[in-house]
Design a protein around this ligand. Structure first.
Ligand SMILES: [Zn+2]
Length: 248
């Protein structure tokens, strides 16, 4: 996998209607990064949804322990490869099902992008058939491992060719974008992650990474979870928040 997973890289300045067109080398690939529109509620309370990608790699117990310790909730986007690579991590998550729910991050962590090439070092799926296989095989692995049927899909690198999005939704999955990138692919220092994530506003859907246990970002997430919990935040999820995907 890439040194820095993806969904990951800092938000680019040139966002139009919530979509970022990638600079080279990905621009040539016609890849887009859908975003959610933040949907605050009218009652003034602060709801946040924490989503954590388990791209291929390890298991960051610092984050998972903080979620459990502070009675938080997180949606873990699993890949089939991560499940196979992390039996102990999976067992931990399953032992705390009140804190974690599971959604689909694909089979082999391939961006849902057509053509040839790589994005952030990740080989792209290439064809619609490969995109569909990534989705369905990822879902099958999650069902087998957790007993739950996922219905949100986040492609590796959170990148999609426009034609891949309807191909995915026709399989019964909603595209899981985000509103606030907390760790830029687990590449940010702890204090930056803590500051970004702690500043989440009502309706924010945070994205982070739980597959990099040796990077400083995880410590930042642990601090942010403690801070958010201490502030009385309401831990929500994608189903409850029903965020609106910004159209290409
Ligand atoms: Zn990923």
């Amino acid at each position: 996998m890439a040194a820095h997973c993806p969904a990951c890289m800092p938000r680019r300045a040139a966002l139009a209607l919530g979509l970022a067109t990638l600079a080279t080398p990905a621009a040539a690939l016609d890849a887009i990064e859908p975003r959610f529109r933040r949907s605050p509620a009218p009652d003034g309370r602060r709801r946040v949804a924490l989503t954590l990608d388990a791209c291929n790699g390890g298991f960051d117990r610092r984050i998972a322990d903080a979620v459990v310790a502070h009675h938080a909730r997180a949606t873990i986007f699993l890949t089939a490869d991560w499940i196979r690579q992390n039996p102990a991590g999976l067992a931990f998550l399953l032992a705390h099902k009140e804190n974690f729910r599971f959604e689909n991050h694909g089979q082999h962590h391939l961006p849902a992008v057509l053509g040839t090439g790589t994005i952030w070092g990740l080989r792209i799926a290439g064809t619609l058939d490969a995109v569909r296989r990534e989705v369905t095989e990822g879902a099958a692995a999650i069902l087998a491992a957790t007993g739950t049927t996922p219905h949100w899909y986040r492609a590796a690198a959170a990148r999609y060719s426009p034609a891949a999005i309807p191909a995915i939704t026709r399989l019964g999955f909603a595209i899981a974008a985000f509103t606030l990138n907390g760790d830029a692919g687990a590449s940010l220092p702890a204090h930056t992650v803590a500051a970004r994530a702690s500043a989440a506003r009502d309706g924010d859907i945070l994205i982070g990474h739980i597959n990099q246990p040796h990077r400083p970002s995880g410590e930042g997430w642990a601090r942010a979870i403690a801070t958010l919990a201490g502030s009385g935040v309401i831990w929500s999820d994608l189903d409850a928040m029903r965020p609106i995907l910004m159209s290409p």
